[in-house]
Design a protein around this ligand. Structure first.
Ligand code: NAP
Length: 281
């Protein structure tokens, strides 16, 4: 495994396992399988409803807690100092751990400055090893990075070959913030797994489209957390450290960048209304 060093000096695996859309029922087994395949970094969230499954799998593995790197996120309905503070305690309980490795604000809506203050407090109390944000595009990212005491260690945003976040990554770097990708396969959108450019490059190395896509992000120093419920694909997605893409390969893949989301825009009023509405539920 390779690691990135976050802005407070702690190390985070560059590749982990994401559990979005893994049901509460299947999560414990999936994370157990992922641990068996060698994953130690797990990305969950309060909103996924499966933090307990992650905690159960971690405990039952018998592997020391320090071997793991657990990320979770404060959901919009828990925005604000008091609610976020309570929700951090709930996450710790569900994860069955005295600390969280990385805690993120899930979405930049509601009183997220209040949430961030609760997270800074948890960090100082040793309940969290690093704090950061998710889905903070340059406008909101710069604002929060400039106005908090503890700079975000990580910003987790949609990042894959069709939406590469080149400029936002430069802006994050200026603030010492690590880019972490969500949706490294764009959840299969845009016929991802049949992409000709990725397939042609993969054929040269005996690697799959998925492996080339992950390798590309890793070579750009982006943390990846692919999700799969299949044991074989868990193994496949881990086997990305035994080959390297050339500059020419990297340049070809850069051309796939469309510079916009394949999911939704945080600048679209309808999306904002939808997400803000979720916070009121
Ligand atoms: P993703 O990892 O881009 O794609 C997952 C899809 O790819 C699944 O349908 C999976 O199918 C398939 N797949 C995985 N490996 C494959 C392989 N080697 N070959 C072919 N198909 C493969 O999507 P994601 O789950 O949205 O993103 C990853 C993680 O990012 C999430 O789990 C979550 O932890 C995080 N995330 C965060 C946010 C946020 O707002 N912060 C949003 C979305 C996601 P099978 O499961 O059937 O194999």
């Amino acid at each position: 495994m390779e690691y990135v060093k976050l802005n407070n000096g702690i190390e985070m695996p560059i590749l982990g396992y994401g559990v979005y859309q893994v049901t509460a029922e299947e999560c414990e087994q999936c994370v157990t399988d992922a641990i068996g395949a060698g994953y130690r970094s797990i990305d969950t969230a309060q909103a996924y409803g499966n933090e307990e499954g992650v905690g159960n799998a971690m405990i039952k593995s018998g592997i020391a807690r320090e071997e793991f790197f657990i990320t979770t996120k404060v959901w919009i309905s828990n925005a604000g100092y008091e609610k976020a503070k309570t929700s951090i305690e709930e996450s710790l309980e569900k994860l069955q751990s005295s600390y969280i490795d990385l805690l993120l604000i899930h979405q930049p809506f509601g009183d997220y400055y209040g949430s961030y203050r609760a997270m800074e407090e948890a960090y100082r109390e040793g309940k969290v090893r690093a704090i950061g944000v998710s889905n903070f595009y340059p406008d909101r990212f710069i604002d929060i990075a400039e106005n908090v005491e503890i700079k975000p260690a990580v910003n987790q945003v949609e990042t894959h070959v069709f939406n590469q976040q080149v400029k936002p990554q430069e802006i994050m770097k200026k603030h010492g913030t690590q880019l972490m990708s969500w949706g490294p396969f764009a959840e299969g959108k845009n016929d991802f797994f049949n992409n000709e450019t990725l397939q042609t490059i993969g054929d040269k190395y005996g690697k799959s489209v998925a492996q080339v896509a992950l390798r590309y992000l890793i070579q750009r120093n982006i943390v990846v957390i692919p999700k799969t419920v299949s044991k074989d694909r868990m193994v496949q997605n881990m086997e990305v450290f035994d080959f390297s893409l050339t500059h020419a390969d990297m340049d070809e893949i850069l051309k796939l960048d469309q510079g916009e989301s394949l999911f939704f825009s945080h600048y679209d009023p309808a999306t904002v209304e939808f997400l803000v509405g979720l916070g009121k539920k």
